[in-house]
Design a binder for this molecule. Structure first.
Ligand code: NAP
Ligand code: MG
Length: 480
């Protein structure tokens, strides 16, 4: 069989202008850090340096929190309809500059342009539109009670969906009258800094949104700051636990969105070709660096062999390479550190005796890459069935009965998401009732909508983002 050849179709990068050096965005201005320290941010697909970004130390963090505190008075007392207009304007400008933002997201994070173009950036805009709509309707969200903003929100986000996680955090916070200090992940600061420019562009009052940069130490200083009223964190379970310990006994309100090890459950009556697409989307979307990735495949024994044949054939058609190419399915891994972690855990899988399958594919010489990978012969106790790999690696297990599927799916310390593939509506409902997961997708996977709440059970964290539920994290409810 001859294979289709794709001509290169790279997205142009001229549309993006990246500065050599950035400041932290504090009180409506880009300011040099007190620390005088900068770090380089790179393109993980080429290892080329894109820019230098400041490290915020404790005094920079303090400056940002003070700016947010200062802005809180006027922002929280502004007529809600006027606040809504600012949030709406942000959404419009994200849309207007969507192509620029998508290219920048792909350059800094390594994800395929078709994902940043069709998913990350449009969804980020959609979140701002959605919460702009709520800003002047809070009395309908909480009937009989009055919703008051909390104050200054400290927000720390990861690198896998930089702009989308920013939107999940900032949109509900400012729509409800809070002001924010946000720290993007060390490896992906650039779209957050572009967002700071957008705040200027729409004339957002200074100090309502502050963006500070740096690594874990900056994040730690931010969540620890005594004048912060709310902490919203998305990242690893390990750091989430540290933050929870740190905040115990303080007045600070906390939401945590942490890791996952989702089961994608395929019954014998499922539409198998569609299920294959769902499995591929579930674990290879964003190179599997997705908290709700369908990293454990549970297949009913009667169709397991047949389904795996189809899946392996499909894997051979995935195109790995230049993330800016519109045909690319699998982009670069976000960082060398993440690549090392994936390699280490895949090594563990092989040592544990699971059987590894990888399609033949050319790996570019520079940058961080990992081929799509399937492990069969995996048992419940294997580390690759228990630990979050956060890479394009699928662990396949089988089951016979519905009860067994539920038991295996729930056999994890996490509880963020799950997928069910079956023709029977009654079975979907029966399963959804029993799966301990914040989101359960039926005959689809990795679907997101700003109107739908997202969040975890157990070690995947607590609190919900998105939807009306997402407002609750940013308000206190008082008598009218
Ligand atoms: P991470 O190391 O926990 O980092 C997340 C953010 O916290 C980054 O900005 C990080 O800075 C910062 N940070 C690190 N140490 C900190 C500390 N002691 N105090 C305060 N902030 C600190 O996680 P990651 O490796 O970047 O991201 C992957 C993890 O995030 C995965 O486990 C994934 O499942 C989870 N995640 C969850 C969701 C969800 O919605 N549930 C969504 C996306 C990702 P640096 O960038 O410098 O490390
Ligand atoms: Mg980290």
């Amino acid at each position: 069989m001859t294979k289709w050849e794709y001509a290169p179709a790279p997205e142009a990068t001229e549309i993006v202008s990246v500065k050599d050096t950035y400041g932290n965005y504090i009180g409506g201005e880009f300011v040099e850090p007190n620390s005088n320290e900068y770090f380089k941010t790179i393109n993980p697909a080429t290892e080329e340096v894109l820019s230098a970004v400041p490290v915020a130390d404790e005094s920079d963090v303090d400056k940002a929190v003070s700016a947010a505190r200062k802005a809180f008075g006027t922002w929280s007392s502004m007529a809600p309809g006027d606040r809504a207009k600012f949030v709406y304007r942000i959404a419009r400008v994200i849309q207007e500059r969507a192509r620029e933002m998508a290219v920048l997201e792909t350059m800094n994070g390594g994800k395929p342009i078709k994902e940043s173009r069709d998913i990350d950036i449009p969804l980020a805009a959609a979140h701002f539109f959605y919460y702009a709509g709520w800003a002047d309707k809070l009395e309908y969200a909480f009937p009989g009670r009055r919703a008051e903003p909390l104050g200054v929100a400290a927000q720390v986000i990861p690198w896998n969906f930089p702009m989308l996680m920013l939107a999940w955090k900032i949109a509900p916070a400012i729509a409800t009258g809070n002001t924010v200090v946000l720290k993007p992940a060390e490896t992906t600061p650039l779209t957050a800094l572009m967002f700071a420019e957008i705040c200027e562009q729409v004339g957002l009052p200074p100090g309502v949104v502050n963006i500070i940069n740096g690594a874990g130490a900056t994040g730690a200083a931010l969540v620890k700051h005594p004048d912060v009223d709310k902490v919203a964190f998305t990242g690893s379970t390990e750091v989430g636990k540290m933050i929870q310990r740190e905040l115990a006994g303080t007045h600070k309100k906390l939401t945590l969105e942490l890791g996952g090890k989702a089961a994608n459950v395929i019954f014998e009556d499922a539409p198998l070709d569609q299920a294959v697409e769902g499995i591929v989307n579930g674990i290879f979307f964003n190179q599997g660096q997705v908290c709700c990735a369908g990293s454990r495949l549970l297949v009913q024994e009667s169709v397991a062999e047949h389904l795996l044949d189809k899946l392996k054939r499909r894997l051979a058609t995935l195109r790995l390479g230049d993330p800016l190419d519109k045909n690319t399915d699998i982009g670069a891994i976000n960082s060398r550190a993440q690549l090392d972690k994936i390699k280490r855990l895949v090594g563990v899988g092989v040592e544990e005796g699971a059987e590894l399958f990888q399609p033949a594919c050319d790996i570019p010489e520079r940058g961080f890459w990992f081929p799509p990978t399937i492990f069969t012969g995996v048992s419940q106790s294997h580390r690759i069935a228990q630990e979050e790999i956060f890479g394009p690696v699928l662990s396949v297990m089988t089951f016979r009965t519905e009860d067994e599927a539920v038991e295996k799916a729930n056999n994890t310390p996490y509880g963020l998401s799950a997928g069910i593939w079956t023709e029977k509506g009654s079975r979907i409902l029966w399963m959804a009732d029993r799966l301990r997961a914040g989101v359960v997708w039926a005959n689809t996977f990795n679907r997101f909508d700003p109107a739908s709440p997202f969040g975890g059970f157990k070690e995947s964290g607590f609190g919900r983002e998105g939807g009306r539920h997402g407002l609750e994290a940013y308000v206190k409810l008082v008598a009218p």
